[in-house]
Design a protein around this ligand. Structure first.
Ligand code: HSE
Length: 426
């Protein structure tokens, strides 16, 4: 039986989960995968944390050079997160010819080409299943399950923190700040929640997923990004009246015009499969030209789900001698040959506050007509006040036309405020 040694860099939430899975399933992997995987080394400055997990003192190190030069280590698991020192450590491991398994979406999204170049030099493997959607095997699905397909659309809820917040806002009628505080107290959101709530985490993942799905490099700066910090509970309520659920969606499309990639809050119809993905759960919906529609659903974060993805890569690296790299041109600046769409098409929900007097709606409708934007739904809330909320939903239109129309509406004398513009996805 083949024996394989692993080093884990960082015993945080995911590192500890990974260690526990490898420790508790060692016999199971011997039986089912014909490989004996042992944790030979951990890089962790908090020695007590490592000892508490039952790791022998001789295997605990605070020196990356020592870890990557250990001849018993074949695979290095990086679960530190962020760019530095993770990038330096991963490069050190690859330069030493060790295969690397990582959960680091930010590092991978920003430095994939550099890491891959280093890996190719020493014929080392580079595995990143855990970087996107935690325990959900989306990377292997795209690389090893969907290769037969041209993938046209990828749509997902790929951030659990924001999905938890939006779900509670919808179900309990609470405001964003109130739920955020609760989410932080419960450990669902970080003390500094920006990476999640501003949509960066989802954008990192979308960059990786859409590059794999469309076989073209989709860098972070080509992804349109809006987070959930300005979501108003009123819109969740009015959206529900129209039959919609609000989600932070990551959307990638590969069409005639080029690739579009965007992360923003969007309404989906209640009957769409993504509408029922609640709490901290994640899901990714793919459309392939041969297979049709598929959806993967599961936990996108946490010690054991993300540990599951890490360990699946460790087993893959341990049992496959061939090394696979990207199926697209993955050099610095490779996106220069790729066409990207900025003026994407969508339907839109718009809420504005107007003075309750004759002719206001006619003026708004006139502006939409001028921009060739057709209205599907319109609700005016008769609240017997001078200023009333008006909600309308458009047919599909171009983002730029919509923005210009909204500017004209904002400038109308009888429009007090344009409160919200939210995309509506079919
Ligand atoms: N913070 C992420 C989320 C998990 O809330 O989904 C790690 O990417």
């Amino acid at each position: 039986m083949k024996s394989v040694g692993v080093a884990i860099l960082g015993l945080g939430v995911v590192g500890s989960g990974t260690y526990k899975i490898l420790r508790d399933h060692r016999e199971f992997y011997k039986e089912t995968q014909d490989v004996d995987i042992s944790v030979e080394s951990v890089l962790e400055i908090n020695k007590q944390k490592a000892l508490a997990l039952g790791i022998e003192e001789s295997r605990i190190s605070d020196n990356i050079a020592e870890v990557v030069s250990n001849p018993n280590v074949d695979i290095v698991v990086e679960v530190i997160g962020g760019v530095e020192p993770a990038r330096t450590f991963v490069l050190a491991a690859l330069h030493s010819g060790k295969s690397v398994v990582t959960s680091n979406k930010e590092l991978f999204c920003k430095y994939w080409h550099e890491l891959e170049r280093a890996a190719k030099r020493t014929n080392a493997g580079l595995y990143f299943e855990a970087s996107c959607v935690g325990g959900v095997p989306i990377i292997r699905t795209l690389i090893d399950g969907m290769q037969a397909n041209h993938i046209r659309t990828l749509k997902g809820i790929i951030n659990g923190t924001t999905n938890y917040i939006l779900t509670r806002m919808a179900k309990e009628g609470l405001g964003y700040q109130e739920v955020l505080k609760d989410a932080q107290a419960l450990g669902y959101a970080e003390a500094n929640p920006a990476a999640d709530v501003e949509g960066y985490d989802a954008a990192y993942k979308l960059s990786i997923l859409s590059s794999l799905a469309f076989h073209k490099k989709v860098p972070l700066d080509k992804i349109y990004r809006e987070g959930i910090t300005s979501v108003d509970r009123k819109d969740i309520k009015y959206g529900a009246e129209l039959g919609y659920t609000l989600k932070l969606l990551a959307i990638g499309k590969n069409g005639e015009e080029g690739i579009e990639a965007r992360v923003h809050p969007a309404f989906v119809k209640n009957k769409h499969p993504l509408a029922s993905v609640n709490g901290s759960f994640n899901a990714v919906y793919l459309q392939g030209d041969s297979v049709g529609d598929i959806m993967l659903y599961g936990r996108g974060a946490g010690d054991m789900p993300t540990g599951s993805a890490i360990v699946s890569d460790v087993i893959y690296a341990a049992t496959h001698s061939d090394v696979k790299y990207s199926t697209f041109k993955n050099s610095a600046g490779a996106e220069k040959g790729v066409r990207f769409v900025n003026d994407f098409r969508s339907r839109y929900y718009i809420r504005f506050t107007a003075r309750d007097k004759a002719g206001v709606l006619a003026k708004v409708a006139g502006i939409f007509a001028k921009f060739n934007i057709s209205i599907v739904d319109l609700i005016q809330k008769g609240e017997e006040q001078d200023n009333v909320p008006i909600i309308l939903v458009t047919h599909e239109t171009g983002e730029m036309s919509l923005r210009r129309a909204v500017e004209k509406i904002r400038a109308l004398e009888d429009v007090v405020e344009v409160n919200s513009v939210i995309r509506v996805e079919d």
